[in-house]
Design a protein around this ligand. Structure first.
Ligand code: RIB
Length: 307
């Protein structure tokens, strides 16, 4: 069984379904609202646990009611160890304000709150076991991620970074990454790529070469309905997406990353791990919400067998 450490964000997601988004200065009526556990860190931790890993989440919530409820959800409903999730009394819990429109596309504003307080010293007492996977994203401070990955490397732990949302990044962080997983928008941001070269294999190969921070690094670019692309120093892999009817794309990228990291931890070959992530990402679009839509290992196996 994979053992995965996730240093990442924990958010209260507040999701409104709308026909369309309001223009500046306009007020519109939404169709429904839902509240749930979110944050790229928590989503990827839950995705990894549902896909079969044993998961340790390292993060922070505020001293407010959201923090209390999310901690209880993580521990109870989602069965994650929260020994390394701190409550920060004088901070608010991270909040994501999400709209999902009639095309099932989302737009998100995140207020980091307690996530911004996660510091390198909060990583120091995490005992990582050899052969595990360390996973992080960009909703917690980069110096903390760097400390996390340095510790991971010193223990023989594989590192996976999903640098989302896109932000300026230092090379000395990227050099610690074994698997870099980005979506197409992030790939263009980090590589200063040309949007016109788009999804062509040559364009993606050039982008991956630009992104790769060291010779052994595997670069994965998720392409939504166009599938996934991966580049290693010795091969290029392209896989199609699974055909599903999407309802809400929120959390689909997190489903991919969590399931992919689990598969890597399980020792699957890269192509198999990519296919596992792609199946999880597709399934996650077929239900509303971030964590409610994250698929189980059985659901992932079913869709893979049926295709
Ligand atoms: O990736 C989806 C997540 O992004 C949401 O759950 C929201 O909290 C934001 O962090």
């Amino acid at each position: 069984m994979s053992h995965i450490y996730v240093a990442g964000s924990i958010n209260q997601d507040i999701t409104a379904r709308v026909q369309r988004r309001p223009r500046p200065g306009e007020t519109i009526a939404g169709e429904s609202v839902s509240f749930g556990l979110g944050g790229k860190g928590a989503n990827q931790a839950v995705a990894a646990a549902r896909s079969g890993a044993s998961v340790e989440l390292i993060g922070a919530v505020g001293g407010d009611r959201f923090g209390e409820e999310l901690l209880a959800d993580l521990d109870g409903e989602h069965g994650l160890s929260t020994a390394h999730v701190r409550r920060v009394p004088d901070s608010s819990t991270g909040v994501a304000l999400i709209t999902v429109d009639s095309d099932s596309e989302n737009a998100i504003v995140v207020v980091p709150g307690a996530n911004a307080t996660l510091a390198p010293e909060h990583i120091a007492d995490v005992e990582m076991s050899d052969g595990a996977v360390a996973l992080s994203q960009f909703e917690v401070p980069q110096p903390t991620i760097r400390a996390f990955f340095e510790q991971a490397q010193s223990r023989g732990v594989t590192t996976v970074l999903n640098p989302a949302p896109a932000d300026d990044v230092r090379d000395d962080l990227l050099e610690l990454v074994d698997y870099l997983v980005v979506n197409e928008t992030e790939a263009l941001f980090y590589s200063d790529g040309d949007a016109n070269s788009g999804l062509s294999t040559a364009g993606l190969e050039a982008t991956a070469a630009d992104l790769r921070a060291h010779d052994e690094q595997v670069v994965v670019v998720t392409l939504g309905r166009a599938g996934v692309f991966a580049s290693t120093p010795s091969e290029t892999i392209e896989l199609d997406a699974y055909a599903v009817d999407p309802v809400d794309t929120t959390g689909a990228g997190d489903a991919f990353v969590g399931a992919f990291a689990t598969a890597i931890g399980d020792g699957l070959a890269l192509q198999d791990a990519l296919d596992t992530g792609t199946a999880a990402g597709a399934l996650a679009t077929t239900e509303a919400g971030a964590t409610p839509s994250l698929p189980t290992r059985a659901a992932i196996q079913n869709i893979r067998q049926d295709s």
